[in-house]
Design a protein around this ligand. Structure first.
Ligand code: 1HN
Length: 343
């Protein structure tokens, strides 16, 4: 037993240590080295039907040009003010209105876009413009020029996912503004697909950190999933699943974020699953009842869910259900940290 006089002696010793920029490890060791992951983020769902009106209000208050990016950040309630959806990922919903331009810039943070609502907007990446339709997956690799614009007659919304918290942790952030609002298109739409989506590379093509194929259209993703669902056995913990890959390496499309699409047949209930990567789900089609870290969540299409690291997940589908998900798994895998548990 430690006497109260010993305890108070220690306390005054610790505060004296603080005056010398010293700290006793034994007071923080258990927190620094936990027996299992202790994310700060909580399981949380954003209902699109509720967010949409706030996005449209933003559309009345500020232009895309003035905002640079008119985005409502999906901020995990346990990480208020930190622009994070999980401990390590950023996510937000971006709105662009007819005729607007979100000006061109580049940064070292890697970004993904998942198109949610509306047709007729485009994003341009390194001189190639591609159109965005709901369900399309588009990446903006680190340090690539990118701008967005809309020739639509209505609002267009997509979800942005970025590795912002990682770059912030590393204090490695750089950005640059392009000299014009929009990039001059020096490639025609579909060039990247023709060049890198055919399963062929040229003799001087080297493996790249991020996928040079930067748009993955939903109709192809959906057709591939449907075929897999017909021909392969379902994974009891995950459902049918495919990932967006970098065709030059076979690895994930981005070096820090993996993303993919899953299909759960009507009535399918997944067995409990957890992994060390924190992740985000966007429901695309169907309806889901999810249990995440013991919290029950009901999801309709376009709703977004934050899944903290090591949180146990079960999903139950009503109707054939398609869900998009992305996570920081590549970072865990590259560092040899990634674990999963199937129970
Ligand atoms: C960014 O560049 C975009 O280009 C969206 O659309 C969201 C969040 C943080 C940092 C950069 C975009 C972003 C962002």
């Amino acid at each position: 037993m430690t006497s109260s006089s010993q305890l108070s002696e220690r306390e005054s010793y610790y505060s004296e240590l603080g005056n010398h920029s010293l700290a006793p490890l034994w007071a923080s060791l258990a927190r620094l080295v936990p027996p299992s992951p202790q994310p700060s983020a909580q399981a949380f769902a954003w209902k699109y039907a509720e967010i949409r009106q706030h996005l449209l209000t933003a559309g009345k208050l500020i232009t895309a040009e003035e905002a640079e990016r008119r985005v409502l950040v999906l901020e995990n309630p346990s990480l208020a003010g930190q622009s994070r959806i999980t401990d390590t990922l950023y996510a937000g919903l971006q709105l662009i209105l007819p005729g607007e331009v979100a000006p061109a810039h580049r940064h070292v943070q890697s970004a993904l876009r998942f198109a949610i609502e509306g047709e007729g907007a485009y994003t341009a990446v390194n001189g190639e413009r591609v159109s965005m339709s709901p369900g399309d997956f588009i990446i903006t690799p680190a340090w690539t020029w990118h701008d967005h614009g809309s020739e639509s007659s209505g609002p267009v919304v997509w979800l942005d996912g970025l590795d912002v918290p990682f770059i912030d942790f590393l204090k490695a952030g750089f950005r640059e503004q392009y000299e014009h609002a929009s990039q001059i298109a020096h490639r025609s739409e579909g060039e990247a697909r023709l060049r890198f989506g055919s399963g062929m590379l040229g003799p001087s093509d080297k493996p790249t950190n991020s996928s040079p194929l930067f748009k993955y259209p939903y109709d192809q993703t959906k057709a591939a999933l449907a075929l897999i669902a017909k021909t392969e056995e379902i994974d009891a913990h995950r459902g049918f699943e495919i990932r967006y890959i970098n065709p030059t390496t076979g690895g994930d499309a981005l070096p820090t974020i993996s993303a993919g699409m899953r299909l759960l047949p009507d009535g399918f209930k997944t067995a409990p699953y957890r992994s060390t990567d924190g992740s985000v789900i966007v429901l695309v089609e169907g309806s889901l009842r999810a249990t995440v870290a013991g919290k029950e969540i009901t999801l309709s299409p376009k709703d977004v869910v934050a899944i903290p690291a090591w949180a146990s997940v079960t999903l139950e589908a009503s109707g054939e259900t398609v869900l998009f998900n992305f996570s920081d798994a590549p970072v865990h895998q590259k560092l040899g940290l990634w674990r999963e548990e199937r129970s």
